[in-house]
Design a protein around this ligand. Structure first.
Ligand SMILES: C[S@@+](CC[C@H](N)C(=O)[O-])C[C@H]1O[C@@H](n2cnc3c(N)ncnc32)[C@H](O)[C@@H]1O
Length: 270
């Protein structure tokens, strides 16, 4: 019911959609301020013969599935001693992982939810990591600035995907890499594929990673349900079950039935 209302209101205009998402993420950050919740993506589970990622501590182990999505997004991209940007950094777990494990010269996380940015600035204090408030469709950075930009499970909230892609192209250095992962209905993935393909960015890689996402959702579903039942009041629970994609949610069934897809794209600025 609540989820239907959310998407009904969002369908009126991209401005309303963006406003709703912003309210949602602002509220999430102000309602739960503990550092034990650092990631808001669906996770990625290796299947077939992908090697298992080595993690250094117990806290990272707890977040393995979410970190694996970041690891996959940046695999084989040279970020060491480079200037990196994450757009839609959420509660900062991904940017923190990159700062600690991949040794960039600097990494900035940008997000339009100020409350989330404030949390990140409290949580993380690495010399090469910082967080700033900003909108993906109007990035607060100069032209030709970053070597690598990545964007994980955030762009489905954007009102204007074309403006976002134009901004990526503007702030990326020539030769720089843009790495993108997100979910869509099959139809809107096709629409956004057209936007990507008509941009100046050159496609390097494209992969449907829905099976890996579905496997991760399966592995984490019981844990998520338990946390939601414990922390969220009865009235809001169904909304949280939907947004977190637990087993039996519409999103989960959408992936299973092939109506929803999760894709990975990698580009280079010419
Ligand atoms: C599902 S969360 C993912 C966060 C993070 N990438 C992760 O994997 O944990 C989506 C994030 O995108 C951010 N976001 C949505 N629309 C945005 C926009 N127009 N500009 C900047 N950030 C945005 C939200 O505030 C939220 O933090």
């Amino acid at each position: 019911m609540l989820i239907r209302l959310f998407f009904l209101l969002a369908s009126f205009s991209p401005t309303i959609e963006e406003w709703l998402w912003k309210r949602w993420y602002q509220k999430l950050a102000s309602s739960y301020k503990k550092k034990d919740w650092r990631f808001m993506n669906y996770g990625y589970a290796p299947i077939n013969s992908e090697p298992l990622l080595t993690l250094n501590n117990e806290e990272d182990e707890k977040n393995r599935l979410f970190i694996q999505l970041y690891h996959y997004t940046l695999s084989d991209i040279d970020v060491k001693e480079k200037n990196i940007l994450e757009v839609g950094s959420g509660r900062g777990g991904g940017a923190d992982y990159v700062a600690r494990y991949l040794a960039p010269s600097s990494i900035i996380g940008v997000d339009f939810a100020k409350n989330a940015i404030d949390l990140c600035n409290q949580f993380y204090h690495h010399h090469n990591l910082s967080f700033v408030e900003g909108n993906a469709e109007k990035l607060p950075f100069p032209n030709d600035h970053f070597d690598v930009i990545f964007n994980v499970e955030s762009s489905h909230c954007y009102g204007n995907m074309q403006a976002f892609v134009a901004e990526i192209n503007r702030v990326l250095k020539p030769g720089g890499i843009f790495s993108w992962a997100d979910l869509r209905t099959v139809k809107s993935m096709e629409k956004d594929d057209d936007i990507f393909m008509s941009s100046p960015l050159k496609l390097l890689l494209k992969k449907n990673i829905t099976p890996n996402i579905l496997q991760a959702l399966n592995e984490i579903s019981d844990q998520k349900k338990e946390a939601i039942n414990k922390r969220v009041s009865y009235f809001w629970r169904s909304l949280f079950f939907e947004f977190t994609g637990v087993r039996d949610s519409k999103i989960y069934h959408g992936f299973e039935e092939g109506k929803m897809v999760y894709f990975y794209y990698r580009f280079q600025k010419p």
